[in-house]
Design a protein around this ligand. Sequence first.
Ligand code: HEC
Ligand code: HEC
Ligand code: HEC
Ligand code: HEC
Length: 185
Amino acid sequence: MNETPCPIRSPLLRPTAMRVRTLQVLPVLLLAVCGAAGAADFVGPDSCKGCHPEAYDAWMQSKHARATDSLGEQQKKDARCLSCHAPDQAEQGTAAVTCETCHGGGQYYSPSYVMKDAELARLVGLVDPSEKMCRTCHDASSPSLRPFDFKDALKAIDHWSAERTRKAARAEAPPSTPPPASARK
Ligand code: HEC
Ligand code: HEC
Ligand code: HEC
Ligand code: HEC
């Protein structure tokens, strides 16, 4: 996506557990400056699951998680169908409409110290999905009988309310309360 040659994309310069926090943030920021974030690789929905269990469960119940099940064997190899049913299959190996189809490749934003910094996460690739983005697939050529209604469609894919409820409860709880096992790393 982004062809700018950028020395920082070298794996040698990616953060390692051994470095202190400030040094970890630096390469991520340089990535953003180099514009390499747009080319970030996918880490797969299972990588998001540990920290976003409610979102993951809700997504698993949605048609997006099974978007290739609607296709026949031939259609699963047909780029014309995959462009919406599994747009990142060829490049990223993900056979569905996954978290990262909508939120952007998580290679650089999914580490915990980046995720906790909303601004930094967005600098390095986290996308806020818009109605326009939905419509790149939910357009006139998709087989829906009803026209795409963004508000209704959003309700139908809600994977954030449960997560927000848990976080609100955690914020009100006394500080000694440990986080749920699923949220620990
Ligand atoms: C190591 C844990 C961890 C992983 C892995 C992780 N996240 Fe997060 N994520 C967080 C934390 C912490 C936040 C900050 C807000 C909060 O407390 O939920 C967050 C916030 C977000 C937000 C909301 C950002 C905002 O400011 O509104 C989105 C969207 C998101 N993550 C998507 C993902 C996706 C998609 C993946 C997988 C590619 C992922 N996350 C992987 C921990 C993680
Ligand atoms: C422009 C994006 C796009 C393309 C290209 C596309 N689809 Fe779809 N497809 C969709 C969307 C969006 C839906 C969900 C529609 C809805 O229910 O709102 C869908 C739903 C379906 C369904 C389920 C219909 C149902 O009633 O549940 C089938 C089957 C399907 N598509 C087959 C195909 C095949 C086969 C191809 C390739 C020839 C293809 N699609 C190409 C976007 C697309
Ligand atoms: C079809 C696109 C799409 C897919 C697929 C998708 N999301 Fe989202 N996600 C959204 C939209 C849109 C919002 C914002 C909703 C709002 O704020 O009204 C959102 C919001 C979120 C939030 C924000 C919660 C908060 O507190 O603000 C998190 C976390 C999140 N998604 C994680 C995930 C994870 C993890 C996956 C995969 C398991 C995933 N999403 C799959 C579109 C998607
Ligand atoms: C990469 C393409 C793509 C994007 C982007 C996308 N969708 Fe979808 N969506 C699909 C496909 C394909 C299906 C049908 C899956 C199937 O049934 O095979 C679908 C199905 C759905 C359904 C279920 C329809 C039904 O009949 O039950 C809803 C709701 C939905 N999408 C909402 C959204 C929203 C809201 C957004 C934006 C935040 C969005 N989608 C973004 C491809 C996409």
